[in-house]
Design a protein around this ligand. Structure first.
Ligand code: NAD
Length: 365
């Protein structure tokens, strides 16, 4: 598949790259997450980042000086004519994901978009359509799927270790106060689609879908608890999620817990889950071992999150899917479904009503 894009350049070298399964990557957006991909992929043996694009000259300069990136341009469209790029990783603000992804797919590039897949259902649908039309692969980087702890929790739930789950409490507590309260930052802006429920909530919605399946209804509240800027969305929100498989889960997220006590990490983020079933319960807290309780007592399970770079794991997984024609463990349709849940939550916030999603998965729309 990759050889389709090779016209010109050093043909012998290109052939060798394909034989070595080396995919060449351009990263669009070289900020926090773009740099994280760039840094992680320095360790990869199946791909190489060969170019980057960012509208901000300082970000371009950093990528060149810190990671010796050979080519860095202002306009990502310059990368799309380049036959030596097979795959584009999109690390720009949400509202730009659709244009960058659609242009890249139409130019014959595979695309990985960092979460959320886009800022709206309409944009997400346009991206899925472009992938289908072009025959190129579109992936969504929901990196939490690649955390060993989440994979272990999923296997416990799916294998019936807690029986039929009936109740869950999940939270993603973070400190994005600086960017949220900066009127010039895209973070949490209404232009980019919404606040914390779109940004961090989408991580949790996706992971809860991987545990419990499709969401049938949502009920949500959200508000500007601390940052009261008119152009920004909610900094704090709660969603009740009903799943087709039975459980009701209460999801809480905030961007403004500045002194939250979770182990210092990405934007001070801390995650907790408690799930209850008719035969046991599961308790998960950032960086701690998982506790599984059942009628034989409490069982502590280590998971190995500390030694796992989820960004490297996810990118290499997607590349293997391209090379071997496999389905990824998290699909672009999962990305679409997560946005559909977020949009339903925003509708519920506005109307004060519970919103039903039942019977409308993408395949039926
Ligand atoms: N998977 C995760 O856990 C995770 C973590 C952080 C961010 N993200 C996602 O990554 C995206 C970016 O977030 P961030 O925190 O890295 O933001 P950021 O502001 O740090 O970086 C975004 C970069 O994109 C550049 N940019 C904006 N428009 C552009 C365009 N049209 N062409 C080229 N460059 C452009 C900006 O100049 C900036 O350098 C968001 O969608 C966010 O949700 C995901």
């Amino acid at each position: 598949m990759i050889s389709e894009f090779v016209d010109g350049g050093n043909q012998e070298e290109d052939k060798m790259d394909v034989q070595n399964n080396e995919i060449r990557i351009g990263i669009v957006g070289l900020g926090m997450i773009g740099s994280a991909h760039l840094s992680a992929l320095c360790e990869s043996r199946i791909c190489k980042v060969v170019a980057g694009a960012d509208v901000d000259p300082t970000r371009r300069q950093n990528a060149v000086s810190e990671f010796a990136l050979p080519r860095c341009v202002e306009d990502y469209r310059e990368l799309l004519d380049s036959p030596e790029i097979d795959l584009i990783i999109v690390g720009t603000p949400h509202q730009t994901h659709c244009a960058v992804a659609v242009d890249s797919l139409e130019a014959g590039k595979h695309v990985i978009v960092d979460k959320p897949l886009a800022g709206s259902v309409d944009d997400t649908r346009a991206m899925l359509d472009a992938a289908e039309r072009s025959g190129m692969r579109l992936f969504v980087a929901h990196n939490h799927r690649f955390m060993p702890s989440n994979q272990l929790v999923r296997s416990f739930i799916r294998s019936g270790a807690i029986g039929d789950a009936f109740l869950g409490m999940s939270c993603f507590i973070g400190d994005e106060y600086e960017r949220m309260s900066d009127p010039n930052s895209w973070k949490g802006s209404l232009d980019c689609g919404g606040g914390v429920l779109l940004d961090n909530g989408v991580h949790m919605i996706d992971i809860l879908r991987s545990f419990f399946g499709d969401v049938s209804w949502v009920n949500a509240v959200g508000y500007q608890a601390v940052v009261k800027l008119p152009a920004k969305g909610e900094d704090t929100g709660m969603i009740q999620l009903g799943f087709d498989s039975g459980p009701v889960v209460s999801l809480v997220s905030t961007f403004v817990a500045r002194y939250n006590g979770f182990p210092s990490d990405y934007v001070g983020a801390g995650i907790r889950h408690d799930f209850y079933g008719d035969r046991g319960s599961l308790h998960v807290s950032s960086k701690q071992p998982i506790t599984l309780c059942d009628n034989t007592g409490q069982h502590i399970h280590e998971h190995g999150d500390a030694g796992c770079n989820t960004i490297l794991t996810e990118d290499e997984h997607f590349i293997e899917c391209i090379l071997d024609g496999l389905d990824p463990i998290v699909t672009a349709v999962d990305g679409f479904e997560a946005i559909r849940v977020v949009e339903a939550a925003y509708e519920s916030m506005k109307t004060g009503r519970r919103v039903s999603l039942a019977g409308q998965p993408l395949s039926l729309l």
